[in-house]
Design a protein around this ligand. Structure first.
Ligand code: SF4
Length: 262
């Protein structure tokens, strides 16, 4: 499986193609463990159990319990990234998530009203099946956050911790779901017509249609990722999110070296 590219490479390509280059050159991103970063991890862990909130009579207490549990477990689950985390950072992260609990509860209630609680439970219940998907044909691999059974079909679901769009899903999330759907179709030999995106910080759970145009785009992006994996240093995009990038040190060195020769 070593020569397989990953769905996360395609996601990284969409943020900045150079991130893919540095990852394949063996430079892991240097991440600063800020309270907001840890808050995002805690929120993602809580979202794994939002089905419990749907069935709970007292949704805010249920969310508070999930927050307590996730805050306790986050440094075990993300041991590599959070080894030696400052307790103050964890405490600030927990407070940040606590300030979102009411918004999460309102989002879940709105989704239940729109979809019905049975459908919401289907959308939030992970099946006990292998979540790492491989396509021999495409030399592509990836893992959804959940695989769920909805309307008799197995579909992928992703949990996001950033802002939610007013409707639907961000293009970046749609393409990630599309890539995972292609993998699922290849693994289970059946059409995947939709996926689910959960915007966990807002308790928003949405169905997303899988479009043919997005499939074409994913296949084209996979080709570009392969070229980068094979050693091509891509241009730095004008809108690259360098301020928040864990590769900035390597990237500055590369730019300095390049400017010496050209
Ligand atoms: S520092 Fe900027 S250009 Fe370099 S990899 Fe990161 S986002 Fe891309």
């Amino acid at each position: 499986m070593e020569d397989y590219i990953r769905v996360s490479d395609i996601s990284n390509y969409l943020k900045c193609p150079r991130k893919v280059y540095y990852t394949y050159q063996g430079y892991p991103p240097i991440m600063t463990v800020t309270p907001s970063y840890v808050a995002a991890l805690i929120t993602k862990e809580m979202a794994q159990y939002y089905a419990e909130v749907v069935t709970s009579e007292d949704k805010i207490s249920s969310l508070q319990s999930l927050l307590d549990m996730s805050a306790q477990q986050v440094s075990i689950i993300y041991r590599d990234e959070l080894a030696g985390i400052d307790p103050e950072v964890l405490s600030l992260a927990t407070s940040e998530v606590r300030s979102h609990l009411e918004g999460i509860m309102n989002g879940i209630q709105t989704s239940v009203q729109a979809q019905g609680s049975d459908r919401m439970l289907d959308m939030l219940t992970s099946l006990d099946v292998e979540c790492v998907l491989y396509s021999e044909k495409l030399h592509l691999s990836g893992s959804p956050d959940r695989l769920v059974m909805l309307d008799g079909c197995l579909i992928p679901s992703i949990i996001r911790t950033g802002k939610a769009p007013l409707s639907g899903a961000w293009k970046y999330d749609r393409l990630r779901l599309t890539a995972l759907s292609i993998l699922l179709e290849d693994n289970h030999d059946s059409a995947v017509m939709k996926g689910i995106v959960e915007y966990a910080r807002y308790g928003i759970i949405r169905e997303v249609s899988i479009r043919r145009a997005d499939k074409r785009k994913v296949l084209a992006l996979a080709g570009r990722v392969r070229k980068i994996r094979d050693g091509r240093l891509p241009e730095r995009p004008d809108d690259a999110p360098c301020d928040y990038c864990g590769h900035i040190e390597h990237c500055q060195v590369t730019q300095t070296l390049a400017s010496r020769f050209f």
